[in-house]
Design a protein around this ligand. Structure first.
Ligand code: PRP
Length: 182
């Protein structure tokens, strides 16, 4: 049962995606993956931190052999004037000539996925597809990385819960809440 509202840092959030809708989305995505990846032995790469809860539910429904591993993007300002520098960290599996499925909690502008896909291809992944729990189509700028597998398309609201955070909090909520009047 969802709470009527939750509060973090003085802001109020109201119910957005209940547990049964999350479950339906996960099952639908797993069905698609089970059709597309049977016999292919892919690698799931889970983007930390936000995707941990979605990934945990998703991979339990997968029926093909697969490797599950984790990675993170670190962003920091460059020492020269190039601005943002991003690096893939924590990757501990060899993706060369392998089918890779990136598991993301949310794709908004697509910048994170644009950089991750680029780096995975550079190090020799055979195929790279994105499986996102939620996608904000209105916010997508990098159209080359529109996720092939999308749980739910949502409008441009600020959401938390089911892995998504506000200043590190609210990731543990089992359902998704959105900013009230947001
Ligand atoms: C969030 C989310 C995606 C990214 C989406 O990560 O998990 O990786 O932002 O935004 P984009 O499509 O505009 O790049 P965040 O940096 O908040 O890290 P987290 O997963 O640790 O919360």
């Amino acid at each position: 049962m969802m709470k009527e509202e939750v509060r973090y840092g003085g802001r109020t959030f109201v119910p957005s995606i209940p547990r049964d809708e999350i479950h339906e989305a996960v099952i639908r995505l797993a069905d698609q993956l089970n059709r597309d990846y049977a016999g292919k032995d892919p690698i799931f790469l889970v983007m930390l931190n936000g995707a941990f809860m979605f990934a945990s539910d998703l991979v339990k429904e997968v029926e093909f052999d697969c490797v599950v591993s984790f990675m993170k993007m670190s962003s920091y300002a460059g020492t020269c004037s190039t601005g943002r520098v991003s690096e893939l960290i924590g990757l501990d599996v060899d993706v060369r000539d392998r089918d890779v499925i990136i598991v993301e909690d949310i794709v908004e502008s697509g910048l994170t996925m644009h950089e991750v896909v680029d780096q995975l291809k550079k190090i020799g992944a055979k195929t790279v597809e994105i499986c996102a729990f939620v996608h904000k189509p209105m916010k997508l700028i990098y159209h080359d990385v529109k996720p092939k597998y999308i749980g739910l398309n949502i409008k441009d609201s600020f959401i938390i819960g089911y892995g998504l955070d506000i200043d590190g909090y609210a990731r543990n909520l089992p359902e998704v809440y959105e900013l009230a009047n947001g």
